[in-house]
Each structure stands twice: as C-alpha cells, then as structure tokens.
Design a protein around this ligand. Sequence first.
Ligand SMILES: *Cc1c(COP(=O)(O)O)cnc(C)c1O
Length: 437
Amino acid sequence: MTPSTDLNLPLFERAKRVIPGGVNSPVRAFRAVGGTPRFVKRAEGAYFWDANDQRYIDYIGSWGPMILGHGHPAVLEAVQKAALDGFSFGAPTEREIELAEEILGLMPSMDMVRLVSSGTEAGMSAIRLARGATGRSKLIKFEGCYHGHADALLVKAGSGLATFGTSTSAGVPPEVVQHTLVLEFNNIAQLEEAFAVHGRELACLMIEPIAGNMNFVRASVPFMKRCRELCTEYGALLILDEVMTGFRVALGSAQSVYAQSIPGFKPDITVLGKVIGGGMPLAAFGAPRAIMEHLAPLGGVYQAGTLSGNPVATACGLTTLREIRKPGFFEALSARTQSLVDGLRAAAAAEGVAFSADCQGGMFGFFLLPELPQNYAKVMTSDSPRFNRLFHGLLDRGVYIAPALYEAGFVSGAHTEADIAETVAAARAVFKELAAG
Ligand SMILES: *Cc1c(COP(=O)(O)O)cnc(C)c1O
C-alpha cells in the first residue's frame, strides 16, 4: 500500500483535526510503533477490515472483551432485541439481576456486585470502597500494573519506601497520590518491608494477578500468597483487578487459577470489565456482603452512574458469559491459544530469534527476550526497534497485534487452526527478516 492509496491516512489526518492525536485512547495512535492506525470499517469472527478493505486477523479483540469473536450470532440477537426494548431507563431492570447472578455464580469470592460502565470507574470505586470499609487511606499498587486512569493510580514509584509515589500525568496534584505506594511486581522482600512500615495504615493492595498491561507477567504463586497473607495480617483489603483476566484466562478467572496452588485463596474485592460487557461499556466490582454493604444506598461510601447497568450492555455481557460457560468453550480456547504460543516459539527458534512467550486461557504475551521477564523493569529491557519491525511485518501480512510491546494479546472462540497457522507462517517470515539484521 503506497501512502497515496492508503485510505486510512486521510481518515487519520481528518481525525487529528478534531480529536487529540486522532484517537480516543492514546495507544490506538501507533505512537510507539509509528505508521498510520488502521481505521476499522467492520469486523466479523476473528477478523476486521480497515478503510482499504484489507482483512486482518485480530489478536486485540477490543483489548480483551471480544472473547467470542466479533458479531457472535447469539450476542447480536440479544443486543438487537434489547435495543428494541429501550436503550436506557435510569431505573432498575431484571437483566441487571440476571447478570449479577451470572457473575456471582462463576465467582464464589463475591456475594454482591455493583455494575458500572468502565474498568476505570470500577477500579476507582473499589478503592473508595476499601478506604470506606477500613477507615484507612493508603494503598499499594505495583509498577507496570494498570488499573484505569483514576488520579490516585497514575503514579510511579518514589525514591525508597519512605516516600510515596509521584504522579505520571500532568493534572494530578501531588496531594492526590500521596497515599499511593508503588512497589516492584514479584518482589516479596520489598512487599514485606512495606507492610512492616505502613501495614496498619493500608486500606488495600491492588494488583493485576496476571499483569496484562506490561505484556504478560504472572504474579508468582509465592508472591500472590504473600500478598494475601500480609493483607489478612494487617487488615488491608486485597483487590484483584481482573478487568483483563476476568472470564478471559479461565471461567473462574485468575483467582481460580491461583486457588489451585494456594488453598482457599480469595481476594477481598474483585474488579471486572472487558469480557463481562462483551464489547459494550460495562464493568463491575464485587466483594463479600459485609464489604459491599458499605456502598450507598446501604452505607456511607457514595457511588453512582447514569448509565450503570445499561440494558443493552447487560444483554451483551449476559449472553457473552452464557456462551463462554458452555462445556468445552474454555478448553478449546486454551488449546488454540497454546497452539499459537507454541507455533510462535517454534518459528522464532527455527530462525534463531531470542523469544519467550506465555499464555493462560485466551490471553497470551510474548517477548523478544530469551526469558520471560518477572517485572516491569525487565519487560522494558525489550528491544523496541525490533518489536516495531515485528509489529509492522505482521501488520503488512494481515496480522494485527497490539501496537506496543507492553500489551497482552487475545485469542477468541472464533479463531481457527487455519488462522493460527497463517499467523505463525507470517511470524516466521518476519523472524527471518529480524535474524538477517
Ligand atoms: C483495561 C483495564 C482497566 C481499565 O478499564 P477501562 O474500561 O479501559 O477503563 C483497568 N484494569 C485493567 C487490568 C485493565 O486491563
């Protein structure tokens, strides 16, 4: 495609005149990898088509929600039917109960759930709830974990444990992040030290169990176990941010994966989004009854939303969850994702390219590094010019992965073995180019 015939280009130019950077969420702008973002015309199953009617195998799936692929017939039908009955009422509906029951049925760590419209909103509300329930202010988060863009979470580590974070965004006053302590992911010694110093002032510790916002980095089992033990010991609440991993890495989400290795493992509060909306704006946070009863109108922690529990979004999410809990769905999705990861590993090995990859359920990540990194600093030792060549090489061959090396990838129920084979063949061709220097 020459620039003069690429129809994405005039759209990008037009978008940049009226929308900052031409996009409504920064990573879409291709700043890290360069080039012109693909403007999506339509999508179906495992594919989308851009402004040039060029087809791509989609490994982003709206950054996780599209676990059934695009335009799943049952979901389409439910959404169309719901739309006919009305878009939004600002009054309760039966479908909100059904979705809450469906989520709680799959996630035994929670007795109650509150529906909201975005993961950011859910994470922000979960922290307010933790602070309200404990009467404490401080919180721990980890470098490389993303929990949405609430002010208190846009923080990087300060110098040493005595100093709290400094904000990573203009417009966030230092006072707003003064209660946020940022620690290194998977560093047990530092975690123990932080609890020894601040444990009794901590409202919560918030963590992505499998961090998908620094590509794909698992919290090690001993680290997660220590997070749980220390929270219990010091009376802080453990918040698992499963916005990405929820109903994506397993039917019981990441917490069920950790419970296999840590008997009785449960978070205090779970944050959900992405898959539970099936591509519509829907997210949630939930906890045992005693915690959730702190929320308005029962308790003193205020939280609300005009579009919360939206009837069209809940129809989409409910149908998506009912599809993924059908017998065999997760087994097939996991097998397909594993075959992608195995294929990519083999292709890289055949071309002599340093490569490591991991996956769980329908989520995967890979690195142009010989070993899987365990924390953000290690992730960032990846060679980004090489990643950018890999990204564009795949894109030119009709394979769409995240346009940044610190993002996870997603396989859907619509991806076939043929799609995986096509992807692996494309990757092998690009690895060959990388190996040639
Ligand atoms: C996507 C994401 C969020 C934010 O959700 P939005 O719906 O984009 O606001 C929060 N936490 C995690 C782990 C996420 O992946």
